[in-house]
Design a protein around this ligand. Structure first.
Ligand SMILES: *Cc1c(COP(=O)(O)O)cnc(C)c1O
Length: 395
């Protein structure tokens, strides 16, 4: 038998299956709300990043439809050639106002914010200090540079300080961190990071993907939560989670944003966000500027659910946010748990290596303002039932 040129793929896929890491991706057949139709079954949705219930909010849908009527479905160009529509500029103005920064740039996704920013700011002579648990898109942004990468221990300000000190001869330094860490729901110690960076003349960038719409007043994000306006150089964020749409933005000083507008590669080489997406994002900001009601509802739901899960005996990790990891250990247990929940009418996917470390597989429950008290009671009932059945909690 000769070697086939794709044998390496067969082996890799087989390996995933043997380790219980093969991911069977489910299909959503409805809009994304508290309840969804998944693979033909109506189930309670406990795993979307739909924090505020905006993914199928009628106000956002109407804004998207109106934008299609006026602007069509696509920009048919990159921003710098012929893709900048008045909608994009309006969104940028609105994001800057919402985030209380001088300026903002709209890009196509949260992932692209990191690919746009980090490689532009950092060159071969420079050093990037990056938290060991930073999101993959930050890691990829760093990989696209020739800068030296210094990984600091998770949330360790003193560790970061020591590393900054070791590299004090380097002129240009950037400290980059997730604001809310997406798998555990813990927060970056941003005040300490900012102070350490200021003491060493380093820039600070925070990826606020899970803080947006969740943390701070009216969901303005983690910089607002800690009252650090004007002291964080770059806030990168996504419109794909709490905002319920898709897209990304970089907010910061007018100077940095202008530089990105001139040179950032995803801005120059990938087409602009579409009119319905951009219009829906603006509608989301309209709502949040006007009221913090969905943000408060989200937090009420999260506090209630987490407390009840702990009371049942589940290990919900060390989350400080509505992200609720239900720690299950081995990937196989997490997949089995998720499968049984689905049979019982609850959609909550398992997350395993490589998204989280080996042996730390979990079901990451995502609470939403869209959940009713009745929904949460139903979810708790099913978690308790499956937890007892699989011996995760006591009878
Ligand atoms: C989800 C996420 C992203 C990616 O955002 P998209 O808009 O989905 O591309 C980037 N950074 C962090 C920290 C995230 O959690």
């Amino acid at each position: 038998m000769g070697m086939g040129k794709y044998d390496f793929i067969d082996q890799a896929l087989q390996g995933l299956k043997e380790q219980g890491l093969y991911n069977t991706i489910r299909t959503i057949e409805s809009s994304v709300g508290a309840w969804v139709v998944v693979d033909g079954k109506r189930v309670l949705n406990m795993c979307s990043n739909n924090y505020l219930g905006f993914a199928n909010d009628q106000r956002l849908c109407t804004a998207a439809k109106d934008a299609i009527d006026r602007y069509g479905v696509g920009p048919a160009a990159v921003r710098s050639i012929a893709g900048t529509m008045s909608l994009h500029l309006e969104l940028e103005k609105r994001v800057a106002h919402f985030k209380r920064t001088e300026a903002a740039l709209s890009v196509q996704s949260g992932l692209n914010t990191n690919l746009a920013t980090i490689p532009l700011l950092m060159g071969a002579e420079d050093v990037i200090f990056t938290d060991e648990l930073n999101h993959a898109s930050i890691i990829d942004g760093c990989r696209l540079t020739k800068a030296k990468r210094v990984i600091f221990p998770h949330r360790d300000v003193e560790g970061l300080r020591a590393l900054l000190e070791e590299n004090k001869a380097v002129a240009k330094k950037l400290v980059v961190t997730d604001g809310v860490f997406s798998m555990d729901g813990d927060l970056a110690p941003l005040p300490g990071i900012v102070k350490a960076a200021e003491d060493h003349g380093a820039m600070v960038m925070v990826d606020d993907a899970h803080g947006e719409g969740v943390m701070g007043s009216h969901g303005r994000g983690i910089v607002d939560h800690f009252g650090l306006h004007g002291r964080v150089d770059i806030e990168a964020g996504t419109m794909s989670k709490a905002f319920g749409v898709v897209g990304g933005y970089v907010a910061g000083s007018a100077k940095i944003v202008e530089y990105l507008r001139q040179q950032a590669r995803p801005f120059l080489f990938s087409s602009a966000a579409t009119p319905p997406d951009v219009a829906a994002c603006i509608a989301a900001i309209d709502i949040l500027e006007e009221t913090d009601e969905p943000v408060r509802r989200l937090w009420e739901n999260a506090s209630f659910f987490k407390a009840e899960m702990r009371r049942l005996g589940f290990d919900t990790g060390k989350s400080e946010t509505p992200i609720t990891p239900v720690m299950l250990g081995e990937a196989k247990t997490a997949w089995a748990f998720s499968k049984r929940l689905f049979e019982e009418g609850v959609f909550a996917t398992a997350i395993a290596f490589p998204t989280v470390p080996r042996g730390k597989a979990r079901i990451r429950v995502m609470l939403s303002a869209a959940h009713s008290q009745k929904d949460l009671a139903f979810a708790l009932e099913q978690f308790a039932k499956v937890g007892r059945e699989l011996g995760v909690i006591g009878a």
